[in-house]
Write a protein that binds this ligand. Structure first.
Ligand code: RRO
Length: 311
């Protein structure tokens, strides 16, 4: 009998799949659909700021060959909305609450609110939003990342992980892992979208999204090799207690399998969920189970992290 269970920091998940933050998770009605979707083991809420935000103006999400480009600009209904939602539903499944302050002070203030609340799930601290004009992706600044985590763990005692941007250099994998290993993190989620890509519409010679002159985060099929590299590199470097959520480029069961093979504990789905809707989770699980059956595996532990290399 095949099982697709996983666990992070003592939380047990019936399935490894969930939405990627930002997709199908801004309103209670979207979140309900993920919560109820057959095959979703959890959900993560849209990254929250202290107060509600409209986000960037104009067309801010577009399909492109092999994926998507977005510059949403952190539209969300505010921390209290997502705290209420997760507290209401936390007895049904273990849930992730994502927060993304525009300043360190905002992140610390939100975490104090979560610490003092009845929320008993996992927080994903988003250090990698690429789309707020004038605000660089925090986790590309290694000193600031260490400083934030130092301050967070001076008071925050509930399970916490960080959402990371993709890294593209072996030296940077080493540097971020060295920092993360110094903190009692429950997990890291890798990768956020590949920041500041640009897509041209050949019919009109224009960019395809309005904010930031067309620059935006890339997701979908095109980012899979970068996502797998980040999952693999971090799994090779992080303490085993720090679990990994693999995100990026999942469109079929083989993609889920590959994330797990590279070391992912859970796998989240963004662009494909946007296009296909929550029914995707059941399809991905069925495809994953078929691959496992072919290979004679009953449990994810039998191949998690067991990627082979060539001599
Ligand atoms: O809202 C966004 O523009 C956004 C965020 Br916060 C993020 O973390 N990743 C992304 O691709 N878009």
């Amino acid at each position: 009998m095949t099982t697709l269970t996983a666990s992070i920091a003592g939380f047990d998940f019936d399935n490894v799949l969930l939405n990627a933050a930002g997709v199908y998770c801004q309103t209670a009605s979207e979140l309900d659909q993920i919560l109820e979707a057959s095959g979703a083991g959890s959900l993560v809420t849209k990254s929250a700021t202290p107060a509600e935000r409209d986000g960037n103006a104009g067309v801010r999400f577009a399909e492109m060959p092999l994926g998507s480009i977005n510059s949403m600009g952190l539209p969300n209904l505010g921390l209290d909305y997502y705290l209420d939602y997760t507290i209401t539903h936390q007895d049904e499944k273990p849930l992730f609450l994502s927060i993304a302050g525009l300043t360190k002070a905002d992140n610390l203030a939100m975490l104090r609110d979560v610490q003092d609340s009845d929320f008993n799930g996992l927080v994903e601290l988003n250090l990698s939003c690429p789309n707020v004009p004038g605000k660089p992706q925090t986790a590309y600044d290694f000193d600031t990342t260490r400083e934030i985590l130092n301050e967070v763990f001076s008071f925050y005692t509930k399970p916490l992980g960080v959402k990371l941007p993709p890294y593209f250099d072996i030296a940077h994998f080493d540097m971020i892992a060295e920092i993360l290993n110094d903190f009692p993190l429950a997990f890291v989620n890798t990768i956020n979208s590949i920041g500041n890509g640009l897509v041209v519409d050949p019919e009109t010679d224009t960019v395809v999204i309005a904010p930031k002159g067309g620059f935006g985060g890339l997701g979908g099929e095109i980012v899979k090799p970068t996502a797998l590299a980040n999952v693999r590199a971090l799994r090779q470097r992080l303490r085993p207690e720090i679990k990994i959520i693999g995100t990026g480029g999942v469109t079929n069961g083989r993609d889920v399998y590959d994330h797990i093979l590279c070391g992912a504990d859970l796998v989240s789905v963004g662009t494909s969920l946007y296009f296909e809707g929550p029914a995707i989770f059941e399809r991905l699980n069925n495809e994953l189970i078929a691959i496992m059956a072919e290979k004679g595996y009953n449990h994810l532990d039998e191949f998690r992290g067991r990627l082979q290399t060539l001599a």
